[in-house]
Design a binder for this molecule. Structure first.
Ligand code: UDP
Length: 331
């Protein structure tokens, strides 16, 4: 019996495959390689190239392999792009999930762990954010993820499937081995952009706004190591296998760091002065996003092990220094 990881060639997906294999699981990966990389897929995983919107493809994987549960990462995830091309997000994230669920129901596969996001909350009513807080996404990406959660909810009621939705805060860092890491093209996330400066690929880092109501005026985020996120997926699948009921969990460290604090820590790790310039605010950025992950700790037994920001940036630096251009596209 294997776990099927959809989107297992992407950033968080590839790290989850490594954690599953370390835990002794058989893993099948399916990915359309649109934003993921073949080289990110663990060599011990069985790999299928294909798209979840293609029903024949999804059916064929369920027919060839003995799948006991699905972990679903196959989605587009760029906030800015979701605002300029919303229908791309509806097509891939929602239509893709619809096809996947139809095929799961047809094949009697009843467990799914799904990657959701803090963007489902929108501007938070308070921090730390609880799973029961209001969800009013301020961008199309968050809206599609929230709609996917609802699709799981209603499908689970009608067809008896069970799901766990994991709402990530700011995923970052890289596998401690240095063999896999973040490789987005174009890159839009803070830590990899900062590290482009000591890597000689960027003159300075822009700070998007320094007039927020925070301790140094820059935005506060909850940075959570990708291996800790990956481990939560393994635990969530175990939970469903033990008969756990459908549920939603936040995943973060519960600690907020400002943009300036992240830059200072990167200066310390890399020994580079990393010049920074203040730029205008980025549209749609809430001042503060911090998770309460008590529920995941209590119910899933999740314990982040890479919570220290310096350690997080060290793992990211190890990866980016050795792979300044990320993964090469092999297609
Ligand atoms: N940010 C920044 N400069 C950059 C990229 C990001 O100041 O070049 C800020 C951004 O405004 C946010 C934080 O860094 O407050 C984290 O942004 P990121 O895109 O990494 O993640 P998000 O919080 O949007 O999911």
């Amino acid at each position: 019996m294997a776990i099927l990881v959809l989107g297992g060639a992407g950033y968080i997906g590839s790290h989850t495959v490594y954690q599953l294999i370390d835990a002794g699981r058989d893993v099948v990966v399916a990915d359309n390689l649109e934003t993921g990389y073949r080289a990110a897929v663990h060599p011990d995983a069985v790999f299928y190239e294909g798209d979840i919107r293609d029903r024949a493809f999804v059916d064929s994987v369920f027919e060839k392999e003995t799948i006991e549960g699905v972990i679903h990462f196959a989605a587009n995830s760029l906030v800015g792009e979701s605002m300029t091309d919303p229908l791309k997000y509806y097509d891939n994230n929602l239509c893709g999930t619809k096809v996947l669920l139809e095929s799961m129901v047809a094949h009697g596969i009843d467990k799914i762990v799904f990657s959701s996001t803090a963007a489902t909350y929108g501007e938070p009513e308070r921090v730390p954010i609880l799973e029961t807080d209001t969800t009013e996404p301020t961008n199309c990406y968050g809206e599609t993820k929230l709609s996917m959660e609802k699709m799981f909810k209603w499908t689970s009621q009608a067809h008896g499937l069970r799901f766990v939705s994991l709402r990530y805060f700011n995923a970052c860092g890289a596998h401690v081995s240095g063999s896999i890491g973040e490789s987005h093209k174009p890159e839009s996330h803070l830590i990899p952009l900062i590290l482009q400066v000591p890597n000689g690929q960027r003159e300075h880092i822009s700070i998007f706004g320094d007039d927020y109501d925070t301790k140094d005026g820059t935005c506060v985020r909850d940075y959570i190591h990708v291996t800790d996120l990956a481990q939560a997926h393994v635990l969530a699948m175990d939970y469903l296998m033990r008969g756990g009921e459908s549920s939603i969990f936040n995943l973060g460290n519960g600690i907020g760091f400002t943009v300036k604090e992240v830059i200072d820590t990167a200066r310390m790790v890399t020994g580079h002065p990393i010049p920074a310039k203040v730029a205008p605010r980025r549209a749609g950025d809430p001042a503060r996003l911090i998770a309460s992950s008590e529920k995941a700790k209590h119910i899933l037994g999740w314990k982040p092990e890479h919570a220290d920001l310096k350690h997080i940036i060290e793992t990211a630096w190890k990866w980016h220094k050795a792979h300044p251009d990320g993964f090469a596209r092999e297609k």
